[in-house]
Design a protein around this ligand. Structure first.
Ligand code: SF4
Ligand code: SF4
Length: 399
């Protein structure tokens, strides 16, 4: 992903079959053929590989107007990894300079320290109170997760497994309730949890920015920390963080990078937490919880075949809790990390369709494993709450 050239053969595999047109959230809103994966591939080849067309403002827009949702890559019968090719193209065009130097520096600080701390944190809180931040960004938690929970959380009974918990930036800074539910539910089910020190952001925001050197910087910090833990599994509550470690980490490093084997070994152990619990099974039977909920499947789910069904299966074990299915549970919500800030109208239009689907269920609780979807949906969902599936399980347990 650090270079476009290795993708040349894969790009040539695109047969222009057009199957990706049924799944691209951008195309389904603007109906512009230029925004289809096949057209993006042709343009990237002509501009960046063959040099037949110069890099123009419109070309940059075609690169930017993509959520990196991976829908096309998952749909493509030829297995063209479109999202990775677009990320590599952004890297080549922007070389880490998509934003002005101040915003780049802020992003680097934010990712390295996993959220807002010190002066930056204070500035963030003030900006939020003054209404200077997008309404989709909730106020930072008064105390980040890592200030409340550290080290080793023992299993409630005899430990049957030991896991390392990768705490994403959003959970750490915005949604520590998710992190608390993760460690409590795991411990309640006789699983020991280790919160390794030295974790930083998974790198996804830098990938979207076309800043592969910054993604590598994150991997050089995270991979040794996580791969060095003596654990049965590495769990995360965020599907985007999971995707980064499972499907992208090794690819962001050069072929001969000595860290690559470690990144590949780490990938074998990575799980989204509800998927992990569903596979290993619960030891504590959940008490009844007479609540109905619906489930929005995040786009970043293709990294493991079972992650999208995991919350359905796991929460199906709660007596009296009722899942009301969406008509299109896997349809994108429009957030796309920071896409919603750059393409406000388009993102809001995509969200409108999702919210209509949610409202017709009548459910007052929407569950999703992606904090970006959670933030983006909750601002327009006054009818109830948007939260992580593990939070509902913790509620059933009363922990
Ligand atoms: S990654 Fe998503 S938004 Fe981008 S081209 Fe593919 S389907 Fe469309
Ligand atoms: S689904 Fe794959 S092969 Fe078909 S047009 Fe899209 S990118 Fe090309």
């Amino acid at each position: 992903m650090h270079d476009l050239e290795p993708y040349r053969d894969m790009m040539a595999k695109c047969s222009h079959c057009g199957l990706c047109q049924a799944t691209c959230p951008v195309y389904l809103e603007d109906f512009l053929q230029t925004h289809l994966a096949r057209a993006r591939m042709d343009l990237i080849r002509a501009v960046l590989l063959e040099g037949e067309i110069p890099v123009t403002k419109r070309f940059r827009e075609v690169l930017d107007r993509c959520l990196l949702c991976t829908n096309c890559s998952r749909t493509c019968p030829a297995g063209v990894p479109v999202d990775e090719i677009i990320a590599a193209a952004r890297n080549q065009v922007y070389q880490g300079k998509r934003r002005d130097p101040v915003r780049r520096q802020l992003l680097r600080r934010f990712m390295n320290q996993r959220g807002m701390k010190g002066l930056m944190g204070m500035a963030g809180s003030v900006a939020h109170k003054m209404g200077w931040t997008p309404e989709e960004l909730p106020a930072p938690a008064s105390k980040p997760f890592e200030k409340r929970f550290k080290g080793r959380i023992p299993a409630k009974g005899k430990a049957r497994a030991r896991v390392a918990y990768f705490v994403g930036c959003a959970t750490n800074t915005l949604y520590p309730d998710t992190g608390k539910a993760v460690i409590n539910v795991l411990a309640h089910n006789d699983i020991e949890v280790l919160i390794p020190e030295g974790q930083v952001c998974c790198g996804m925001p830098a990938l979207a920015e076309g800043d592969l050197p910054l993604v590598q910087e994150m991997m050089r910090k995270n991979v040794p920390v996580l791969a060095g833990c003596d654990v049965d599994a590495v769990v995360t509550d965020c599907t985007s963080c999971g995707m980064m470690f499972k499907a992208k980490a090794a690819k962001t490093l050069p072929e001969d990078d000595p860290l690559r084997p470690q990144a590949e070994a780490l990938a074998e152990k990575v799980w989204e937490v509800t998927d992990y619990l569903n596979q290993i099974g619960l030891t504590a039977e959940p008490p009844p919880l007479p609540e109905s909920y619906t489930y929005h499947i995040p786009c970043h789910r293709g990294w493991t075949p079972t992650v999208d069904d995991a919350p359905r299966n796991l929460l199906g074990k709660i007596p009296e809790a009722e899942l009301i299915e969406l008509e299109n549970p896997d349809k994108c919500c429009g957030a796309g990390g920071t896409f919603f800030m750059d393409f406000k109208e388009l993102a809001a239009d995509i969200r409108t369709g999702k919210l209509a689907d949610i409202r017709q269920t009548g459910a007052k609780t929407v569950l999703t494993q992606c904090p970006a979807c959670r933030s983006f949906l909750r601002t327009q969902f006054e009818d109830g709450q948007v939260t992580h599936p593990i939070v509902l399980l913790a509620k059933a347990y009363g922990i």
